[in-house]
Design a protein around this ligand. Structure first.
Ligand code: NAD
Ligand code: TYD
Length: 353
């Protein structure tokens, strides 16, 4: 098998940890370097099962630290970058847009500049693969239309505006310097190891503790949900077979109104906890809507299916059941993350170095 050295940024986060696990297990001859700053969203406990593998290493670095990233790329002869590190939560972006511009825009630019300097015009066998979101396309109405790769960018939240900007920079490096780049725009992910500020893990945890479930507005917004391992599998296929310069949309053709998902979450969690049906329906609490709340996201991923043969492997009901079961079986992980204990542990560990 060909040898490769790949940086995965954001590998200690939700999607990044699933991707790192897949690559480390599937490609023993590759060297997978996880570059992560370990913000509140990064947690090395997500990678416990592979942390001792010889083809895996971890570098605690800020993607905005151009000098450190360049030195790493040169020292390790990195030939591929899969860039996931980002601030990722819309509600946080409404409170603190600066952090989103710094990490998502300047951080991506710093990664691009480092790759450009390290590769020095020798593009053969190199790839800069940027992971983005469907939120850059804006919001759809309830009219059956889907986001395609040609949909015009129309971001509404500071999060999606920062991701849109980073996508433009990646394409600009392709068009201006000839850097081999790929951008993919994926729909909402769900599954194990997601930080419990996002809808699905937050609500499973709240149901478990019989805490209110804050439903924004009337719960009528629609999201298109994809199991995280299916996203990681798509990234693997696109990294190896995708066409440089291209964009691919990734989604599950799986649209759900928030309120309907929430009912499935309550039913499944109660059933797995042995509680009677309907026991927790009254936890649903309608609260003030999110500012600028996009009505509907839905992805057309037929290009990826047609050209590279990817399709989602899990039915939603099965994926949700697996997900609820994982959070209930891994209460230590949830308690550790919600208490913030893992952050104190890292701070101590790195202070002593
Ligand atoms: P996450 O918030 O769980 O993880 C982000 C990771 O990036 C964390 O480990 C964090 O420590 C790291 N990070 C943040 N700032 C950093 C910095 N300055 N330097 C180095 N590391 C830093 O996010 P996620 O949900 O796994 O999303 C990963 C990527 O996928 C993001 O780019 C996001 O925009 C994109 N995406 C997410 C979804 C989704 O539903 N979660 C959908 C489509 C696309
Ligand atoms: P989220 O998981 O934050 O993902 P995104 O905003 O990137 O789509 O939210 C998913 C949907 O759930 C979104 O329409 C907002 C809604 N939501 C709530 O109604 N209540 C909540 O507490 C959260 C976190 C989200």
């Amino acid at each position: 098998m060909e040898k490769r050295t790949i940086i995965v940024t954001g590998g200690a986060g939700f999607i990044g940890s699933h991707l790192v696990r897949l690559l480390v297990n599937k490609y023993p001859d590759y060297h997978i370097i996880n570059v992560d700053k370990l913000t509140y969203a990064g947690n090395l406990a997500n990678l416990k099962d592979i942390e001792d593998k010889p083809n895996y290493s971890f570098e605690r670095l800020d993607i905005c630290d151009f000098d450190a990233i360049l030195a790493l790329m040169q020292r390790e002869h990195v030939d591929g970058v899969i860039h996931l590190a980002a601030e990722s939560h819309v509600d946080r972006s409404i409170k603190d847009p600066f952090t989103f511009a710094r990490t998502n825009v300047m951080g991506t630019l710093s990664m691009l500049q480092a790759a450009k300097a390290a590769w020095n015009g020798e593009w053969e066998g190199k790839l800069f693969y940027h992971i983005s979101t469907d939120e850059v396309y804006g919001a759809l109405q309830f009219d059956g239309t889907l986001f395609t790769e040609d949909t015009r960018y129309d971001p509404h939240s500071p999060y999606s505006a920062s991701k849109a900007s980073s996508d433009h920079f990646v394409r600009a490096f392709h068009d201006t310097f000839g850097m081999p780049t790929i951008v993919t725009n994926c729909s909402n992910n769900y599954g194990p190891y997601q930080f419990p500020e996002k809808l699905i893990p937050l609500f499973i945890n709240n149901i478990r503790h019989r805490k209110p479930l804050p439903v924004y507005g009337k719960g009528e917004n629609v999201r298109d949900w994809l199991f995280v391992e299916d996203h990681a599998r798509a990234i693997d296929i696109i990294f190896h077979k995708g066409k440089p310069g291209d964009t691919y949309n990734i989604g599950g053709f799986n649209e759900w109104k928030n309120i309907d998902i929430i009912k499935v979450l309550i039913r499944t969690t109660d059933e797995l906890l042995g509680r009677p049906e309907g026991a927790d329906d009254d936890l649903i609490t309608f609260v003030t809507d999110r500012a600028g709340h996009d009505l509907r996201y839905a992805i057309d991923s037929r290009k990826l299916q047609r050209e590279l043969g990817w399709e989602p492997s899990l039915q939603f009901e099965e994926g949700i059941r697996k997900t609820v079961k994982w959070y209930l079986d891994n209460q230590d992980w949830l308690d550790n993350v919600t208490s913030g204990d893992y952050q104190k542990y890292y701070e101590q560990m790195y202070k002593n170095r």
